[in-house]
Design a protein. Structure first.
Length: 226
């Protein structure tokens, strides 16, 4: 197990170094997320609606679209450079590669959210609402965890196939639906103070994350067969 963790950590650090060495993709995803914030805030200023009614949906639509852009690169870099086979040999157990890429994707997504969520909070006029912060943070974190886990698994499935960049969003959106429903309802519950009413959805998010984090430990050797 120490060897498993060490190898996953080394691959995770490698990916982060590469991401921050050339920040073009990270910045372009951040600009895209910021533009979504401005477009949504401008459009919704034209209608009369309470921030707590529309903020959760806008927040998670923005996060999902950012995730589609950010997560589909987790295996593409090695595939494009021809280094994927060498990385698989170096990792040995292919599930190591899943957990390294999952942690990398989750880190990138959370870094993007640290900037985009406060911007959306201000521009959507949600700053004046009373929010249950622990539930809000839990919803964002568990939702992001699920997006990263599903995205990494689907990347492993599609990376060796023709048209991988097109297949990824097509396969991802149906799997994101239950995650999106739970995250939106938990976020809305945090904004309106109805914490008990959405605890079931929070448990669903946690169960969803657990399933898509544990299953690759058993199946990822078959997923990356190409």
């Amino acid at each position: 197990m120490p060897s498993f963790v060490r190898k996953a950590w080394l691959i995770y650090c490698k990916d982060l170094r590469e991401e921050f060495r050339t920040t073009d993709h990270l910045l372009s995803t951040l600009v895209f997320g910021t533009m979504l914030v401005f477009v949504f805030s401008f459009a919704l200023q034209l209608v009369e609606a309470a921030p707590e009614a529309i903020f959760p949906a806008v927040l998670w639509v923005s996060i999902v679209f950012m995730a589609i852009l950010a997560l589909q690169r987790s295996f593409a870099k090695e595939k494009d450079s021809g280094a994927l086979d060498a990385l698989l040999l170096a990792a040995g157990d292919r599930s190591i590669l899943f957990y390294a890429k999952f942690l990398y994707s989750l880190t990138v997504l959370l870094l993007l959210e640290v900037i985009v969520v406060p911007l959306l909070w201000v521009f959507m006029g949600a700053a004046g609402t009373t929010v249950h912060m622990p539930l809000f943070v839990a919803a964002v974190f568990l939702g992001s965890w699920g997006l990263a886990a599903v995205g990494t698994l689907l990347n492993g499935i599609t990376v060796q196939l023709p048209g991988a960049r097109l297949l990824f969003p097509i396969l991802a959106f149906p799997l994101f639906v239950p995650l999106l429903i739970g995250a939106v309802l938990c976020t809305q519950g945090a904004l309106v103070g109805e914490t008990r009413a959405v605890l079931g959805w929070l448990y669903l998010l946690a169960a969803f994350d657990l399933v898509f984090t544990i299953v690759p430990l058993l199946l990822f050797d078959y997923v990356l067969e190409g």
